[in-house]
Design a protein around this ligand. Structure first.
Ligand code: HEM
Length: 501
């Protein structure tokens, strides 16, 4: 080797580097583990399979590819190797059987940038600090949005929206009103605040949430083409602006809370995280102090606020679109709700058990709409397996919840809106089918699931008690979603809210 190199006029350093590269590569191939990776479509160098996702949402393209490669496949997002899991069996194997192996989150350039270096619950990797914050947030949520707190927040949020809808003479897009409901519930939980539709603060929030979705879209090129980080794309610039504004808002709320904070009087979610920080400081617990920094607090509060609003408002939007186009289903909801819910007064949690049909409607809406179609990306924290395939440590894992919800082997008349499929022969809610997983499962299961389920039933029942919803005359429903795949949102649509006697 040295002999060959000596004929070439190279400096000693270059020669050394070349020799090292040759030995390094040989050693790599000799000693690397031979993984049996899942099959997948041909991927171009550097850009991988991203061109295949142009024009077709990723969850749908992955579903198509299962016909060729089966439910477990390797795809490349740029140079990032991902494994996509596309059936109930393999998703449950990862999330329920293997649990911790699949509990990581990919730490990409953008997730690190927007999570203060991985300090958020939703975007943070699976480690002790993440577990601490998940535990703190779960406890605080349970405290501030369960029992009569939840009842009151739902009742108050509906009370702000229902009069506006009663006054609406023309067909309207319910999106802004559903956003107001979501914002008021989560602002109440996190900061003890609620807003009216005309408030500048509410308008700012709706702008931030909508801009986030517009600018994030299908993901960011900077994550897969590192040189772009030096000269960011317009999308990245826009998203950075939106995220700066969002966290600026979180900081303002948190700072206000600090000024009036009292450890003896915990008012809301933000106070309870401040209390945990305060206790660590008082006890001189250096480790916990380092795990509950101000950055962790803004991220945890931002997680609850951000994750809860979009999912709630889009689920309600889809529910209204499906109900407006299914008068028979809607009249069954009316019949059930009328027997249980009085026309005024607090929306009691105890109503939920008496509203199985309404709950089944929401289950069916969540199945068909699959608002978070690919869940949030996971990552493997160790070398592991799915079936006979090896999944190396650090692999990004996509969970195709949309495919589970639209799998013709699991659901009859898969595209039809049939809430009855979730009921047993007595009309009560049947046990949850394995293939229904809108909140995901396992260590990363949605932290708000136990809040979202009763909250959505009460909200929908509250709307249905007051209104009959229909599409304007001559308008055909459009169930195609917009957006590339991160969140499935309906195209803007209008409905008529007719006040019920
Ligand atoms: C219809 C309502 C909702 C749906 C369909 C939904 C769905 C999801 C899904 C699919 C995930 C990803 C789970 C995974 O990584 O495997 C998630 C995560 C999360 N959700 Fe929800 N969600 C809803 C409502 C809420 C609400 C109301 C809150 C808060 C009050 C919330 C807070 C969170 C948080 C903090 C995470 C991150 C969990 C983690 O990474 O450990 N969600 N949600």
């Amino acid at each position: 080797m040295g002999g060959i190199l000596s004929y070439v006029p190279l400096s000693l350093t270059t020669q050394t580097l070349m020799v090292a590269a040759v030995f390094g590569t040989t050693a790599y191939y000799m000693f690397r583990k031979s993984y049996r990776l899942p099959p997948g479509p041909f991927a171009l160098p550097l850009i991988g399979n991203v061109l295949s996702f142009k024009g077709t949402p990723m969850y749908q393209k992955l579903a198509e590819w299962t016909k060729t490669y089966g439910p477990v496949m390797t795809v490349y997002l740029g140079p990032i190797r991902c494994v996509a899991l596309n059936s109930t069996e393999v998703v449950l194997e990862a999330l329920v059987t293997k649990q911790a192996d699949f509990a990581g989150r990919p730490q990409t350039y953008s997730t690190l940038k927007f999570s203060d270096g991985g300090k958020s619950i939703a975007l943070g990797d699976y480690h002790a600090t993440w577990r601490l914050h998940r535990k703190l947030a779960t406890k605080a949520l349970r405290h501030f949005i369960s029992g009569n707190q939840l009842e009151q927040r739902v009742t108050d949020s509906l009370a702000k929206v229902i009069p506006l809808l009663k006054n609406a003479k023309d067909p309207i897009n319910p999106h802004e009103y559903n956003t107001l409901v979501g914002v008021n519930i989560l602002c109440g939980v996190c900061f003890g605040e609620t807003y009216d539709v005309d408030d500048a603060m509410f308008k700012n929030m709706i702008h931030l949430f909508d801009e986030f979705l517009n600018s994030f879209g299908n993901g960011l090129l900077e994550d897969i083409i590192p040189p772009l980080r030096l000269c960011p794309t317009g999308k990245m610039k826009q998203l950075t602006k939106v995220m700066d504004e969002f966290f600026g808002l979180m900081d303002t709320f948190i700072d206000e809370h600090r000024k009036t904070f009292s450890p003896d009087h915990c008012r809301d979610f933000t106070d309870s995280i401040l209390l945990a920080q305060n206790e660590a400081i008082e006890e001189g617990d250096e480790l916990t102090k380092s795990r509950i920094t101000d950055e962790h607090i803004r991220q945890t509060v931002g997680d609850i606020f951000g994750a809860g609003i979009d999912t709630t408002r889009f689920t309600l939007d889809w529910a209204m679109l499906y109900l407006a186009t299914s008068p028979e289903v809607q009249s069954k909801v009316h019949e059930e709700v009328d027997k249980v819910v009085p026309k005024s007064g607090t929306m009691l949690l105890s109503y939920r058990n008496q509203l199985p049909y309404t709950e089944a409607v929401l289950h069916e809406v969540m199945r068909l709409s699959s608002v978070v179609p690919l869940s949030l990306p996971h990552s493997t924290i160790c070398d592991t397996k799915i079936g006979d395939y090896d999944i190396p440590q650090g692999t990004m894992v996509l969970l195709n919840l949309w495919m589970m919800h639209h799998d013709p082997d699991k659901w009859t008349d898969v595209e039809d809106f049939k809430p009855e499929r979730f009921l047993d022969e007595t009309g009560a809610m049947a046990p949850k089918p394995d293939s229904w997983l809108p909140f995901s499962a396992g260590r990363r299961v949605c932290l708000g699931e136990s809040v979202a389920k009763p909250e959505l039933v009460l909200l929908l029942a509250g709307y249905m008690r007051q209104f009959k919803i229909s599409l304007p005359d001559g308008v055909k429903p459009d169930f195609e979603a917009i957006g590339g795949g991160f969140v499935r949102t309906p195209k803007p649509f209008k409905v008529v809210f007719e006040e019920r006697d």
